[in-house]
Write a protein that binds this ligand. Structure first.
Ligand SMILES: *[C@@H]1O[C@H](CO)[C@@H](O)[C@H](O)[C@H]1NC(C)=O
Ligand SMILES: *[C@@H]1O[C@H](CO)[C@@H](O)[C@H](O)[C@H]1NC(C)=O
Ligand SMILES: *[C@@H]1O[C@H](CO)[C@@H](O)[C@H](O)[C@H]1NC(C)=O
Ligand SMILES: *[C@@H]1O[C@H](CO)[C@@H](O)[C@H](O)[C@H]1NC(C)=O
Ligand SMILES: *[C@@H]1O[C@H](CO)[C@@H](O)[C@H](O)[C@H]1NC(C)=O
Ligand SMILES: *[C@@H]1O[C@H](CO)[C@@H](O)[C@H](O)[C@H]1NC(C)=O
Ligand SMILES: *[C@@H]1O[C@H](CO)[C@@H](O)[C@H](O)[C@H]1NC(C)=O
Ligand SMILES: *[C@@H]1O[C@H](CO)[C@@H](O)[C@H](O)[C@H]1NC(C)=O
Ligand SMILES: *[C@@H]1O[C@H](CO)[C@@H](O)[C@H](O)[C@H]1NC(C)=O
Ligand SMILES: *[C@@H]1O[C@H](CO)[C@@H](O)[C@H](O)[C@H]1NC(C)=O
Length: 861
């Protein structure tokens, strides 16, 4: 049966026959794998099983379902289990800090972490965020993101994640997760999966733009591309022990992300062995039974449409078990997965109820904000959770500045007599740093893009502020012109200055906000706010013009980057609250730039391929995004097309120079590959289901309007559901095999966290000598690329990197390893990873196009 278009109904299992049979479809995979506590999950799994065994059905259901939008203090909160002392679990945005809070830090965005190529910094930032979330009483941080990965350079939310390269993303994603979870907070790897663009991610948003479509965009991806590109970082996340995964708004092969049995049951749970829980993105759930059987464990924020008081889970999930469409073991598994993640990170020791409210900055307010009900209480305790995190923020901000051009102007001496600071992007937002909700505007300097992936700024040090104090300290004069329309005034001060520092930007974000006609995704790759004219104006008047770009990704620089008066170009990304201090550190040489571009800078948008789908292309049906380019995105595509980028992936200059030498390859005694085999145990059944009469609303309960509960109005299941499509023909809605709780075959590529453990065995040791040949201390990032060989493979793919710190003339031997996974391709027939017989070669150097060293790899089986 085909998995096609799915109605919005609780009964819809993922087996409805598609109305459009020619569309790509997603093969069903059932039953939904139950957790088994493998590896480092053993003890937390055991504790979860013991706890859930004591729970009634309604108590289990409570853990799986949010209480509704704005009904409690966090952006998502589950029901509680008071009888067993389990309080509501609080889930809060975002990947870069606490959204809707106060006295919290605003960290650099994920894309800046990618630019650092620094594993330790990724970890430390994650840990610092985790501490802040924990201190506010948040149990689950809704981040980090590796979806979007960055198929489209103009994709609206790329900046929330890391890089279009899956290996760079995977490593930093995993380190961020470790950091967050070591601080005692459950991390959420999102958005799973193929959530690459903002247009058509939700049908009501599409309506808002005048497009009437029945369903959200379908990302149609072949199995090889899925494994080698989009799934890759999620495997790293699972291997790092991530507690939660958020399924996405889009469809994959015309089956919704939150009820796609192929992506959830098969890839994530059976193959990668994920032991934590899958939560829906906010309103990404489109069915109850269908989602449950396909592997979705938690409904967020719980209601079907915000504040409609209805849920696909809650009451409906209780009913689904009582009427036999969902096996009890599936709900047991949901609850176990949630509690296992909770115990794994130590929430049982650290949990406190949230001591802030997402919905007001007032001290007092109603317990249930959306409906002004419950206790009128102290909802904001104004707990300062910032610690000394400003230091790490400043450091990530500086260590993520990519020096793209430097003809000798930088670093500045600090003794410049006259300095001009030009561009709106240097100054503050006249509306205030948090003056636009969810940072939904581009006023003043860009230190964070827009959407739910944001945090409130505690303050924002602008480039103008930081540079001005620096110049004053050096007894110079400083002139800032931050109105991008004031070109004459800019020309005048630039002409007198020994250096003109020009700040420009390009913004993007999430589709629920549109800024200047950019509906989440960018409508072009050019600078915003007349940026090109500002640069040209400065360069015409000042022979020492340094350009700083704050942007969400690549911008087109072709018009001006070669201008002889443009003596320096720096990309500073989205640096967070210490923005000005971070850039000043680099401009004045306190920090020697060592960042590398985490994406390619092409001459045109077209050079990247993979255009966004911005117009419906399937009538009123789901728009179709065919990922026909396969794994060829970003530098892989530029290599494939022999297209020369302006700045290549991995590129970045320093104030010193480095040399690479002595590449050595040492084969290691790796064991032969063994596909995983055997069977899982049977699905454990924990506790008893009971009957409808056990789950009636308690007598005398004050029912909060719009609140989602697990209980039933009556013992009549159909009327308690109120589902107009309530259907008693079970065979019509329940996919074949979905109720089978007997031992299941282990997939060949499965058997451990992140897949077959043998994939992670090292086959080669590679070493190379790096020398600092200049006269200042600096950082270099050696990058190891592999050519996997074969007619349809990228010329090379990044596999290993390390950020090294070297004193002048210091030499270090960088030693790394290549695992079986690093050398494998996904074999669609075998449904397993294989090392192909094609010739394999490695390349080492300082960017994807500066690879002075190479060596062949001996054949391996
Ligand atoms: C159960 O789900 C259906 C949609 O499938 C919805 O119409 C109904 O209102 C829900 N019932 C409750 C009690 O939330
Ligand atoms: C999508 O369809 C392609 C082509 O048939 C197939 O290779 C791939 O496995 C499918 N993926 C999912 C998640 O359904
Ligand atoms: C479900 O959670 C709500 C909200 O926390 C709570 O009031 C209710 O008692 C819980 N129900 C059960 C069965 O524990
Ligand atoms: C808020 O967080 C602190 C620190 O984690 C915690 O000790 C406290 O119980 C919470 N509530 C208040 C009111 O501070
Ligand atoms: C701030 O941004 C808003 C929204 O884009 C815009 O309408 C407004 O003009 C901007 N204000 C200033 C002072 O730049
Ligand atoms: C690209 O979009 C930005 C932001 O909306 C806008 O300022 C700029 O003028 C656009 N560029 C072109 C060439 O249309
Ligand atoms: C810029 O021009 C000034 C004189 O106007 C000259 O002293 C200086 O060397 C020039 N700088 C560069 C970088 O060419
Ligand atoms: C570079 O700047 C100088 C002023 O220092 C100016 O005279 C010259 O015309 C500029 N060059 C270009 C190509 O605009
Ligand atoms: C259950 O009862 C409540 C309170 O009377 C009512 O508001 C709600 O609509 C009922 N739900 C269904 C599905 O009939
Ligand atoms: C079982 O309950 C679910 C949830 O209310 C409902 O969607 C489904 O139609 C019911 N199925 C049967 C066979 O009664």
């Amino acid at each position: 049966m085909r998995l096609g278009w799915l109605q919005v109904t609780a009964v819809t299992a993922a087996s409805v026959v598609s109305a459009q049979d020619d569309l790509q479809y997603s093969p069903p995979f059932y039953p939904s794998p139950w957790a088994n506590g493998q590896g480092e999950w053993a003890s937390s799994y055991q504790r979860a099983v013991e706890l859930v065994s004591q729970m009634t059905l309604a108590e289990k259901v409570n853990l799986t379902t949010g209480t509704g939008w704005m009904l409690d203090k966090c952006v998502g909160q589950t029901g509680s289990v008071p009888r067993l002392g389990i309080q509501s679990i609080c889930l809060q945005d975002s990947p870069l800090g606490i959204r809707f809070g106060d006295y919290n830090s605003a960290f650099p965005a994920g894309i800046n972490v990618a630019a650092t190529w620094d594993k330790q910094l990724a970890y430390l930032r994650g840990q610092a965020m985790g501490q802040e979330f924990s201190d506010k009483g948040i149990d689950v941080q809704l981040g980090p993101a590796a979806g979007p990965l960055g198929r489209h350079p103009d994709g609206g939310r790329n900046w929330e994640g890391f890089s279009p390269d899956p290996a760079l993303t995977g490593v930093l994603f995993a380190e961020t997760i470790r950091g967050i979870q070591d601080a005692g907070v459950i991390a959420t790897a999102k958005h799973y999966i193929a959530n690459e663009q903002e247009h058509f991610r939700q049908t009501p948003e599409a309506k808002g733009l005048g497009f009437d479509i029945s369903d959200t965009l379908s990302s149609n991806i072949d199995d090889k591309t899925m494994h080698e590109l989009y799934l890759w970082p999620f495997a790293d996340a699972v291997r790092a022990g991530v507690g939660a995964i958020m399924c996405s708004y889009n469809q994959i092969n015309n089956s919704y992300g939150c009820q796609n049995s192929q992506t959830l049951n098969k890839l994530l749970k059976a193959e990668l062995g994920f032991q934590g829980f899958v939560m829906s993105d906010w309103s990404a759930q489109h069915s109850g039974v269908g989602a449950a059987l396909a592997g979705m464990d938690m409904s967020m924020p719980g209601d079907i449409a915000f504040n409609d008081g209805l849920s696909f889970y809650g009451t409906n999930l209780t009913i689904g078990v009582l009427n036999g469409t969902i096996p009890q073991w599936r709900v047991d598994d949901m609850a176990v997965r949630i509690m296992a993640a909770y115990y794994k990170v130590g929430r049982d020791r650290l949990h406190t109820p949230p001591n802030f409210s997402s919905w007001t900055r007032d001290e007092f307010g109603f317990e249930h904000n959306a409906v002004s009900d419950g206790a009128y209480e102290r909802v904001n305790h104004f707990v300062d959770v910032q610690r000394d995190h400003a230091q790490i923020i400043r450091r990530v901000g500086a260590d993520s500045v990519v020096l793209l051009k430097n003809t000798g102007a930088l670093p500045l001496s600090g003794k410049e007599k006259k300095v001009s600071i030009l561009g709106e992007d240097a100054g503050s937002n006249p509306w205030g740093a948090n003056g636009c909700d969810d940072r939904g505007c581009d006023n003043g300097t860009l230190a964070m893009a827009w959407g739910s992936g944001t945090a409130e700024f505690p303050y924002l040090v602008t480039p103008e502020q930081a540079i001005q104090s620096q110049v004053i300290n050096g007894r110079g004069n400083v002139f800032a012109v931050t109105d991008n329309g004031a070109l004459d005034q800019m020309a005048k001060v630039a002409a007198q200055s020994s250096v003109a520092l020009v700040f420009v930007n390009a913004d993007a974000g999430e589709a629920f906000i549109s800024v200047d006609g950019n509906n989440g995704d960018r409508k072009n790759l050019t600078l915003w706010k007349n940026g090109e004219e500002v640069i040209k104006t400065a360069a015409k008047s000042c022979n020492n013009t340094v350009v700083v770009i704050h942007s969400v990704g690549p911008v087109l620089v072709d018009e001006w980057y070669e201008h002889p008066n443009v003596t320096g170009i720096l990309w500073a990304g989205l640096p967070g609250q210490e923005s000005g201090n971070s850039i000043a550190d680099v401009l004045y040489g306190r920090v020697n730039p060592g960042a590398k571009s985490p994406f390619t800078w092409g001459k045109t948008r077209e050079a990247y391929g993979a255009p966004l789908v911005t117009k419906p292309n399937n009538g009123h049906g789901a728009p179709q995004a065919d990922f026909t380019e396969g794994v060829f995105i970003d530098y892989r595509r530029f290599d494939q097309k022999n297209e020369t980028p302006i700045y290549e992936f991995g590129y970045g200059l320093s104030y010193t120079t480095f040399e690479f030498s002595n590449l050595h390859v040492l084969p290691l005694k790796g064991a032969e590959y063994q596909p995983a085999s055997g069977k899982t145990g049977a699905a454990p059944k924990l506790g008893k289901t009971g009957e409808a009469s056990d789950y009636q609303y308690p007598k005398g309960l004050h029912r909060v309007r719009q609140y989602i509960y697990p209980w039933l109005n009556s013992t009549d299941l159909k009327s308690s559901s109120g589902d107009p499509h309530y259907n008693d023909d079970i065979t019509k809605w329940v996919p074949e095999g979905s109720h089978d709780g007997s031992p299941q075959p282990i997939l060949p590529a499965g058997g451990g966290a992140g897949g077959n453990p043998r994939l992670y065995e090292d086959l080669f040791r590679v070493s190379v000598t790096i020398t600092n040949t200049g006269d200042v201390v600096g950082d270099e990032v050696p990058q190891l690329y592999v050519s996997l060989g074969g007619p349809n493979e990228p010329k090379k793919v990044l596999r290993k990197f390390e950020r090294l710190h070297l004193a002048p003339s210091q030499q270090v031997v960088w030693s790394t390893t290549l695992s079986r996974r690093d050398l494998s391709n996904w074999d669609v027939q075998k449904q397993d990873w294989v090392i192909t017989p094609y010739h394999k070669e490695i390349f080492v150097g300082s960017s994807s196009r500066q690879l002075p060293l190479h060596a062949s790899l001996p054949a391996v089986q």
